[in-house]
Design a protein around this ligand. Sequence first.
Ligand code: SF4
Length: 384
Amino acid sequence: MPGEHPQTLTRSTVAVRSASAPAAPDAETLHEIHRQERASVTGAPVTAPLLPAERALLRSVEHAVLDERRLLTATELSALAALPDSAVMALASLAHQVRLTWCGPAVEVEGILSAKTGGCPEDCHFCSQSSRFDTTVKATPFLDTDEVLEAARQTAALGASEFCIVLAIRGPDERTLARILELVPLVHAETGLNVAVSAGILTKDQARRLAEGGVHRYNHNLETARSFFSEVVTTHSFQERVDTCQLVREEGMELCCGALLGMGESDEQRIELLSELQDLDPTEVPVNFLNPRPGTPLGDRAPVGAWEAVRWIALFRLALPGVILRYAGGREITLRDLQAIGMTAGINALIVGNYLTTLGRSSADDLQMLDDLRMPVAALTVAF
Ligand code: SF4
């Protein structure tokens, strides 16, 4: 049912829908499919028809997510990740059905504003806002109130429902927190937009004050797998990020918790990340693809390929059927002309306009894409 939360969907619907469904392969069978498909991956054209084993895997996953209404296991996700490129469109098609069934047809549009840019003391190796790397991004002070309100008005004019105030900091000090708490009700009163905030690591008291101050959604990304995190960040731990995400939920804000793909992580580590996200149960998951920034330690990495990106968008939707899955940074250089395919592979939300330190494509192009796809723009949330 559109908008319902995974945990609410496993009760009444299962018995009715399971009656005529095929038996899902057990883990051993899935591993065998996985092994067979690995052998067929090399050089497979994307137009090749599905093999019987591929169809069987997709049918079992369809049954699990649409009929049983359960979350996929890491074993099932590994089998899907090993499908050849020729099966990616079928994977995307299934993910699109899952998105429509669990979330409905609407697409949520959001604008983000970097309200305090650069000069961050942390060392996230992908980030041009770290003061530890020699990049072109220079530290600027917190924008004044008029600048923030003007950006919010422009976002509202695009038909967006969400506006995220982003700060490049490890976490807020008292002065910064007070500024955020001053801005949030002003933006909401002036524009009617839901206001999200991204301000790093929080204490329990800070999370409570932000929730009480009207912050609708708080963004704090896991970015990558626990087992890979220390390769790309050394100044704080993965667990610190998890702790903040849990505080956000405990204090009653919606959790926005995203990923950044293409930093050198393995497929298994992407699935490990998906399992962590299943446990955290966020409302929204922004999917970023690395846009290598000159001067950062990851500045010379090759971007994720377009077809690989479509595969992982579909896998994120299949692993997290009820979330708001948002296109975020890097989609322009990764997907290029395939951006519309991502919208039919599980994405149901967009950041429009520019990102924090890189330019996005024009808002008009994005809104035209949604119009061409006949996808209505609306606010989304999860019904707990
Ligand atoms: S990702 Fe955030 S915490 Fe990390 S360096 Fe950039 S601004 Fe700082």
